[in-house]
Design a protein around this ligand. Structure first.
Ligand code: ZN
Length: 293
């Protein structure tokens, strides 16, 4: 399993931990979107937390996450279901670093703005919640999101390591959630320990497995639960885009036929291109006409 998530309980089941290795998935995103280092680190961190979050909800639940900061990267859009994740950034060409060479994700994403999470169970109206960005560094922003919007005391750690040539070396992260009934001394231990232990980016750099990350967080007091494979996956198809075009309506489609004679659509998530010929478009207009009649 190349990319995977390991779930664990710790401290008598009062703390839930999810640790993920997402190196190949972020490499794939870099290849698809031609991401420069800072855009890549930002999207990689977001893809990692989106993949983790999708494993904390029901398998049928579809997540759409938007990270909207005021930095040069612009809006970051993610979708995730049951370990399958896809995403893109508005501006893939951002390379912003500190004097010490570390990538400056906070300024690239922006330190003011918001995170929006939309959960869709395909049964009732989608549920949406938002929280403010804290630092634009992503991990801290999602820690705040969980506390604010889901009322779950949590801690998020994320790391994407990029080599001097701008290529992804490794990527991963964790989510710690405090369950009801957790002892005060456990919370205190975690608060102190999280400040003292290796930062997530160091663990990723050292090539830790998901289980080693969990070991580091808990000092060995944990029980492993299930392991789940993670993927970068785009389920787009010509049929989906056809439905999108149909929703534009007869008038709009007619003007596309008159002006462009065809429609070329590129999928934002995987950059795959779809062409609808004049004949395709005329068929769609006929379909809409016959529905109305
Ligand atoms: Zn696609």
């Amino acid at each position: 399993m190349k990319n995977y998530l390991q779930k664990a309980y710790a401290f008598d089941g009062t703390v839930r931990i999810y640790a993920a290795i997402t190196t190949e998935l972020v490499k794939k995103a870099q290849e698809i979107h031609n991401l420069w280092p800072t855009s890549c680190a930002a999207l990689g961190r977001c893809l990692t937390i989106a993949a983790i979050m999708s494993c904390t909800y029901k398998a049928s639940e579809h997540l759409t996450i938007k990270v909207c900061g005021d930095g040069p990267i612009g809006k970051i859009t993610l979708e995730a279901t049951d370990g399958k994740v896809r995403g893109f950034v508005q501006n893939p060409g951002v390379y912003l670093s500190f004097n010490n060479g570390k990538l400056n994700v906070g300024d690239a994403v922006g330190r003011s703005g918001y995170i929006e999470v939309i959960k869709d169970l395909h049964m009732r109206a989608p549920f949406s919640s938002t929280s403010s960005l804290i630092s634009g560094e992503i991990a801290e922003d999602f820690t705040y999101y969980f506390a604010q919007s889901e009322q779950i005391p949590s801690s998020v750690g994320l790391g994407v390591l990029i080599d001097p040539d701008g290529k992804v070396i490794s990527s991963g992260g964790f989510l710690i959630q405090i369950m009801p009934g957790c002892k005060e001394e456990t919370i205190q231990f975690l608060e102190e320990h999280l400040n003292q232990m290796k930062p997530c980016s160091d663990m990723i750099q050292l090539g830790y497995s998901a289980e080693e990350i969990i070991h580091e967080i808990t000092n060995g007091d944990y029980q492993l639960l299930e392991t789940k494979e993670l993927f970068y996956s785009c389920p787009c198809s010509k049929e989906r885009f056809r439905r999108g075009l149909l929703s534009l309506g007869k008038q709009e489609l007619t003007s596309i036929v008159q002006e462009d004679h065809q429609a070329n659509i590129t999928c934002n998530f995987c950059q795959k291109k779809y062409t609808f010929t004049e004949a395709d478009l005329v068929d769609m207009i006929d379909e809409l006409s016959s529905k109305k009649a």
